[in-house]
Design a protein around this ligand. Structure first.
Ligand SMILES: Nc1ncnc2c1ncn2[C@@H]1O[C@H](COP(=O)(O)OP(=O)(O)OP(=O)(O)O)[C@@H](O)[C@H]1O
Length: 556
């Protein structure tokens, strides 16, 4: 028959529309189903209405109290589920006993469908769920278009900020392929730019989670809730990830690096860490701030020392090396490998605001910083450095960074800075810090944080700094006697090196053989400590008065 294809096409279109809009039509479908069920029950089991009533009460209670069977966790949604179940069950009970066409029952059913449909139709999470279902349905075609053919969406969950889907990739595809196509995915899904994130499934290289953020949870500043750590062993909360989980990072026996361009929020992250460390009773804090103390001075009452000039910084770091040496010595004697920070024997954390400035203006301090970076972790002498310019020079060609196991990367100006702050290859792996679009947004690479997830640091305002300082300044611990003695007996720390020793060093270098003198020979000649010799050699080398002729051998 000529009309048959048209009829089939029309029926198929209606079927597709009914399927596509099944969520919107759910109240009407439920009303129709109830009418049919009432008719059947009334004709076959009219005396079963007490059982229907009992089932209604039980189901409404379970839906209201437990959210079952829909897995509802919000109280509003549970109340809605319980009310709907009670109304539907009550109507079915009456229809079973009296027949669905009796008296006002049809009108009550129609009025209930409309009344209960009113909260249903505009409900945000329901509409989001529908949109997600449609995307899952359309994904095979979308994936073909954007070059991810063969990938599948296995499941999807709607959350506070949007939705996230678990994806299975075609054999041979990798997460890097998905990351590279993020802009194409955003265009295919019709989202705002920057709404899609891709995270590797740690358990399977062929799977990943795709997060679509309808609302940016980091759009506004998130105020610092105050310190949560009380000991260096407690993780420090830096801010929140995009799924509203907290960024908790341990700084125990770890050096930290905070990098980012100007105004990216480095000082703010430092403030969050300092605010927490100030509340820890097993940490002594020292600070270096070569911007004249602009950033760290507000914390001064909680800092046992604050260096604001290159000379002070050099001395401070040399003293830290003396502490390190003393602790290493003691650990050797006592046969212990690590220094456990306690209020009586606290860790020493040295906070350096703008490390590149230190490298430029106090080159003699760099060997000390590098020595602390290399040896400090086990002995609880830790560095926390912020830098705006993660140049190869400032980062010691990567040697310093490699010792820093907590790396926070805020917005950077150039893509290559990502690899300088985090590590080689991280940019290609999706740590796109150049796309961070507001101060305080960052990526963190640390123990337990090995995937590129965007976070936003808490914002610490000046009042909070003042309050925290006022609260903890009087409760700061002092250094343990061993470490304090190391500083007190360390000549460089108290006064400038004796002029005589300086002259002896210069003479020794001038008269050195062509293959130079070793450090032990220079120690012998001057009677000074190794760290003093090292500092002076660096300073003389910068001034062109000494040079290293071979590894570890010096002359004028
Ligand atoms: N987590 C945050 N949330 C919201 N705003 C922030 C956040 N962190 C910083 N800001 C804003 O960004 C501005 C710059 O922050 P901050 O001084 O910490 O940047 P910086 O990287 O240290 O800058 P500079 O390189 O100039 O020292 C601040 O005035 C503050 O208002």
């Amino acid at each position: 028959m000529p009309d048959e294809p048209l009829l089939i096409t029309a029926l198929a279109a209606i079927g597709r529309a009914l399927f596509r809009y099944r969520s919107e039509l759910a109240p009407i479908n439920a009303g129709l189903t109830l009418a049919v069920a009432g008719l059947l029950l009334h004709h076959t089991h009219p005396h079963a209405w007490p059982m229907v009533a009992a089932a209604t009460v039980i189901t409404a209670l379970v839906a209201g109290l437990r959210g079952w069977p829909w897995g509802l966790s919000r109280s509003g949604e549970r109340i809605y589920a319980a009310t709907t179940t009670a109304v539907a069950g009550g109507w079915l009970t009456s229809a079973t006993a009296f027949g669905p066409g009796r008296s006002l029952l049809p009108t009550v059913l129609l009025a209930s469908v409309i009344a209960l449909g009113v909260p249903w139709w505009p409900h945000r999470r329901r509409r989001a769920r529908v949109r997600v279902d449609r995307v899952i349905h359309a994904w095979p075609d979308l994936a073909d278009t954007i070059g991810l053919d063969g990938s599948r969406v296995m499941s999807a969950v709607v959350d506070t900020w949007g939705w996230r889907a678990l994806m299975k990739l075609r054999p041979g595809q990798s997460v890097a392929d998905v990351v590279a196509r993020v802009p194409a995915i955003e265009s295919a899904l019709g989202t705002r730019p920057g709404a899609v994130r891709v995270e590797q499934d740690p358990a399977h290289s062929g799977r990943c989670t795709m997060r679509v953020l309808a609302v940016d949870p980091h759009a506004g500043a998130i105020l610092w809730p105050g310190p949560t750590a009380r000991s260096l062993a407690d993780p420090i909360e830096l801010g929140v990830f995009e799924d509203a989980t907290r960024v908790r990072v341990s700084f125990l026996r770890r050096h930290g690096l905070i990098g980012g361009t100007t105004d990216s929020g480095k000082s703010d992250v430092l403030n969050v860490v300092l605010g927490n460390l100030a509340a820890c009773n097993d940490v002594v804090l020292w600070g270096i701030d070569l911007k004249g103390g602009m950033e760290l001075r507000p914390w001064a009452p909680c800092l046992a020392r604050l260096a604001t000039t290159p000379e002070e910084a050099t001395r401070l770091l040399a003293d830290a090396v003396a502490v390190l040496d003393a602790r290493a010595n003691a650990a050797g004697h006592e046969n212990t490998r690590v220094w456990e920070p306690t209020p009586a024997a606290p860790a020493l954390v040295i906070v350096i605001d703008e490390y590149a400035e230190l490298a430029d203006t106090a080159p003699a301090a760099v060997p000390s910083a590098e020595s602390i970076a290399r040896r400090g972790r086990a002995l609880a002498v830790d560095l926390l450095a912020a830098t705006q310019r993660p140049t190869q020079k400032a980062m010691g060609g990567g040697a310093l960074r490699s010792q820093m196991s907590v790396r926070v990367c805020l917005r950077v100006r150039e893509r290559r800075d990502v690899d300088l702050i985090l590590d080689k290859g991280m940019l290609a792996d999706g740590w796109h810090a150049h796309t961070l679009d507001a101060p305080g947004k960052f990526y963190v690479f640390a123990d337990g944080h090995n995937h590129p997830r965007r976070a936003r640091a808490y914002l610490v305002d000046d009042d909070q700094v003042r309050e925290t300082v006022a609260r903890y300044a009087d409760h700061r611990p002092g250094l343990d006697p061993l470490s304090q003695a190391a500083i007190d007996h360390h000549p460089r720390a108290i006064e400038p090196p004796p002029k005589a020793a300086d002259e002896v060093l210069l003479t020794a270098l001038n008269e050195a053989p062509s293959d130079g003198l070793t450090i032990p020979e220079l120690i012998n000649a001057t009677g000074m400590r190794r760290t003093w010799i090292y500092d002076r050699l660096q300073a003389l080398a910068t001034g062109g008065k000494a040079r290293q002729v071979a590894r570890g051998r010096w002359r004028a």
